[in-house]
Design a protein around this ligand. Structure first.
Ligand code: NAD
Length: 249
């Protein structure tokens, strides 16, 4: 499939996991990629890999929680490619704590990256997406849909991403810009390297987040993001697609 020929796509969190798989999938389908992340070595490696496949790809360091960096990244993308068709907000961070022990700095950092970062990117991209009648795919989580242990801060951020998605979808529906979200469940990526159960946590509660199909792969999420961002998703907006191997079924 070449659903993204002549399409320019900006992917945040592109250096790893779901962002990397999304970049690879869209590049394989013909997209020109603008890959942003905070991990320089990994994002340059990705871009080199994409170019080796014959794709057009650029990278830029950008902390999505910094609105000036976000504005500059979107401007650089449009300067390089002349337009923007699709924004994939994949960058995100995770940590687990007992809610009564969450430090204010940790709460604020999760909000800054997962919520502010998603909003800043949408705000900077929307003028260009209005011009191209493009679309946005945000990465939320099943943590936004059901109670998950030790994830008070993370689930609050992902619930905010869903609310933002639905609101933007309605705000811009008449102007031809679609906004959707995906809600992955347990996907094997490096985000789990930072996974540490808080002290005294009962591991039996983890069953709530485990899929009867086993853990998913980043490619499972990338394929759905590609569908939503493509013409195959032309009549879908304000939607969130659960990709959790039946965990919440
Ligand atoms: P990952 O850690 O492999 O990738 C996250 C990427 O985001 C990394 O490359 C990281 O450098 C980047 N990033 C982090 N902070 C950033 C910042 N401030 N600015 C720019 N980039 C930043 O993790 P992943 O599992 O691929 O996660 C991708 C998204 O999927 C996240 O939003 C995460 O919350 C969401 N998600 C993951 C799972 C899962 O099980 N893996 C489940 C549900 C939702």
């Amino acid at each position: 499939m070449r659903r993204f020929d002549d399409r320019v796509v900006l992917v945040t969190g592109a250096a790893s996991g779901i962002g990397r798989a999304t970049s690879e999938r869209l590049a394989t389908e013909g997209a020109s990629l603008f890959c942003v992340d905070v991990q320089q070595e990994a994002v340059t490696q990705l871009v080199n890999d994409l170019r080796a496949l014959g794709a057009t790809a650029e990278w830029r360091l950008c902390d999505v929680s910094d609105d000036a960096q976000v504005d500059a990244a979107v401007a650089a993308c449009v300067e390089r490619f002349g337009k923007l068709d699709v924004l994939c907000n994949v960058a995100g961070i995770l940590r687990f704590d007992h809610a009564h022990e969450i430090r204010t700095a940790d709460w604020n950092r999760l909000m800054a990256v997962n919520v502010n970062g998603t909003f800043f990117m949408c705000r900077a991209a929307l003028p260009h997406l209005l011009a191209s009648r493009g679309n946005i795919v945000n990465v939320s989580s099943t943590a936004a849909l059901s109670g998950q242990p030790w994830a008070a801060a993370y689930s609050a951020t992902k619930g905010a991403v869903l609310a933002l998605t639905r609101t933007l979808a309605i705000d811009y529906v008449k102007q031809g810009v679609r906004v959707n979200a995906v809600c992955p469940g347990d996907i094997t990526t490096p985000i789990h390297n930072a996974f540490a159960l808080p002290e005294g946590a009962n591991p039996k509660l983890l069953r709530r987040v485990m899929s009867p199909m086993g853990s998913g792969r980043p490619e499972h999420v990338a394929g759905v993001i590609a569908m939503l961002a493509s013409e195959d998703g032309a009549f879908i907006t304000g939607e969130d697609v659960r990709i959790d191997g039946g965990t919440l079924s």
